[in-house]
Design a protein around this ligand. Structure first.
Ligand code: PEP
Ligand code: MN
Length: 377
């Protein structure tokens, strides 16, 4: 691989670039999800889509007004009227927006309406367009070309940054391979590699990457696991009648389920699903409670798994004739937990919680001894 990209090389910013969009920040601890229909179709469709994805926790609203279609006879998008509907829906739902600029002539117009500009896969090497979005003062989401190498993607990003716009987000949206079972093949290698070699944030688009709505959930999970900074997902209130990409679009309720799953799985890897500051109404409360339910389920699974491993340790100790309780080990576990706290829970709370976990573990490791102790007590 050539190292001729200079500005986007990770050595330029070893901790990674963070880009603020609305009230979230992409590229740091937050995992940011953009969602909405492939194409803006009508006011009603945009209202339903935007409120649905906002309720589920999306932090950016997507919707194409200028559509790059393979067939010239396919729906080409609503143009400026589509931009207006997207902006209105975004304002209504309290979300910043992202939409594609197809050509250099669109850039100023799109930038007037949208918070983030998308350069589509088919335009990844449209150098005039790259220079044009490099000259504006808005974040750019750059999609990897259909058959572009990682090096070519980074060189395309370099074009944008060289013009003075350093707010570039890369997007893996699947590449062409010999495989025809899915629309494209999501290159998760590239996501993991990009996180090492460039400081730019990287998101995954499982919708175009798979072309199948039944694969959006597992591939979203995989993207988060491999270190992506976020997702771009096509969500439509009625996917079966969508004017564009219906087969890969999911309903707002299917989207909400993916978001609940991410809310619980991301913290294990040290990330968290971005939470908006706005929307303190009843709907938001329900959405947050759904997240809590999902986190509680994950917490229970982890606690049970911890107990299962602890039980194995107990049986090894018994076989070796060692005492079950090691106060020194308990101290190490407790101290580490307290040291690693620093989030919302104060150290005293972590200490109380871990003392409970440690003593319950002791019961699992020595069930009979514990019962005797209880009798004695
Ligand atoms: C899109 O996001 O709707 C789109 C056209 O994507 P891509 O450029 O990745 O095909
Ligand atoms: Mn699409």
């Amino acid at each position: 691989m050539s190292s001729s990209y200079k500005l986007v090389d990770r050595s330029r910013c070893p901790n990674g670039t963070r880009i603020r969009i609305g009230d979230s920040e992409i590229g740091g601890d937050e995992f940011v999800v953009a969602a909405g229909p492939c194409a803006v179709e009508s006011p009603d469709q945009m209202m339903q889509a935007s409120t649905g994805v906002a309720f589920a926790g999306a932090r950016i609203l997507r919707g194409g007004a200028f559509k790059p279609r393979t067939s010239p006879y396919a729906f080409q998008g609503m143009g400026e009227e589509g931009l207006q509907l997207l902006a209105e829906a975004g304002r209504f739902a309290g979300l910043p927006t992202i939409t594609e600029a197809l050509s250099t002539e669109d850039v100023q117009l799109v930038a007037r309406y949208s918070d983030v500009l998308q350069v589509g896969a088919r335009n990844m090497q449209n150098f005039a367009l790259l220079k044009a979005v490099g000259a504006i003062d808005k974040p750019v989401l750059l999609k990897r070309g259909l058959s572009a190498t990682v090096d070519e993607l980074l060189m395309a990003a370099e074009y944008i940054v060289l013009q003075g716009n350093s707010r570039v987000i890369l997007c893996e949206r699947g590449i062409r391979t010999f495989e025809t079972a899915t629309r494209n093949t999501i290159d998760l290698n590239a996501v993991a590699l990009l996180k090492q070699i460039t400081h730019l944030p990287v998101v995954v688009d499982p919708s175009h990457g798979t072309g199948r709505r039944d694969l959006i959930a597992p591939i979203s999970r995989a993207a988060a696991a491999v270190g992506a900074d976020g997702l771009l997902i096509e969500v439509h209130p009625t996917p079966d009648v969508a004017l564009c990409d219906g087969a890969q679009s999911i309903t707002p309720s299917a989207f909400a389920e993916i978001m609940r799953d991410l809310a619980a799985s991301l913290p294990v890897a040290g990330r968290h699903l971005a939470i908006g500051r706005s929307g303190e109404d009843g709907l938001a409360l329900k959405s947050h409670r759904d997240r809590i339910d999902s986190i509680d389920e994950a917490l229970l699974r982890l606690l049970c798994e911890r107990a299962r491993v602890a039980a194995r340790i107990g049986s090894i100790k018994r076989r070796n004739g060692e005492p079950i309780r090691s106060t020194e080990r308990e101290r190490i576990v407790l101290d580490r937990a307290i040291r690693q706290s620093g989030g919302t829970l104060p150290p005293e709370a972590i200490s109380r919680l871990f003392q409970a976990i440690i003593s319950e573990t002791r019961l699992v490791q020595a069930p009979t001894d514990a019962r005797e102790v209880n009798h004695a007590g």
